[in-house]
Ligand binder design. Sequence first.
Ligand code: FPP
Length: 251
Amino acid sequence: MKIPFLNHIHSLESFQYPEENIPHHIAIIMDGNGRWAEKRGMPRAAGHKEGVSTVVKIVKAAVKCKVKVLTLYTFSTENWKRPKPEIDFILRLPKEFLTIYLPELISNNVRIEAIGNMDMLPAYTREAVQYAINRTRENNGLQLNIALNYGSRHEILNAMKQMFLDINNAKLSLEDLDDQVFSGYLNTAGLKDPDLLIRTGGEKRLSNFLLWQLAYTEFWFTDVLWPDFSEKEFIQALEEYQTRKRRYGGI
Ligand code: FPP
């Protein structure tokens, strides 16, 4: 089935983009693709496909706003429970997206990275993402993190195992272990924690996404389903973020 998804992208010029106090790192749980399709009597895959056009719009908006890091929850360790045809469809989307948009991402100085356990992914997904990572390595604009086969508990357990090995091999001493050292063992090593988490689709939960990294993040939820999410809601989220007082436990 061929579902067009490129003809919905409208001009960004009509939007007033905020310039001050922009979140450095935004993480997004892109939920609601299936319901978007079901509401229209379409197969769930159509919602995922439409979800890719939202990704394109939001990446462009993030570039415009000079966001430094955008992390997108694309496929979780729990998503393997879905029917195989749906899994296959979702895992083909990164290649489809990158085949069409990599040149534009490169010209926008976007650097692609991935978090999650890539080893278990089909070769076509892994290779497309790895190619994009290599091709954009020198870019220093927006870092686009694609979370693929990502699950936070798995990430934390792996970090702990690696830490114990390093402690056993005297590469790390227990006294030196603190928040920052622990963060360095996670997939997001070297990145600032997200300032803003956006979840679309009406649910208000974290679904095993960045549990350690979201400790002091501001949350913004919307009922809008991911395929309907647009620059308008993205800017709304940024504007509401700008009104929040971040105290990090202080007063
Ligand atoms: C959750 O909606 C969405 C997913 C599991 C897939 C997200 C993937 C995309 C938006 C494509 C991204 C592609 C790239 C290249 C980054 P759901 O299916 O759980 O929706 P529902 O809650 O309505 O069933």
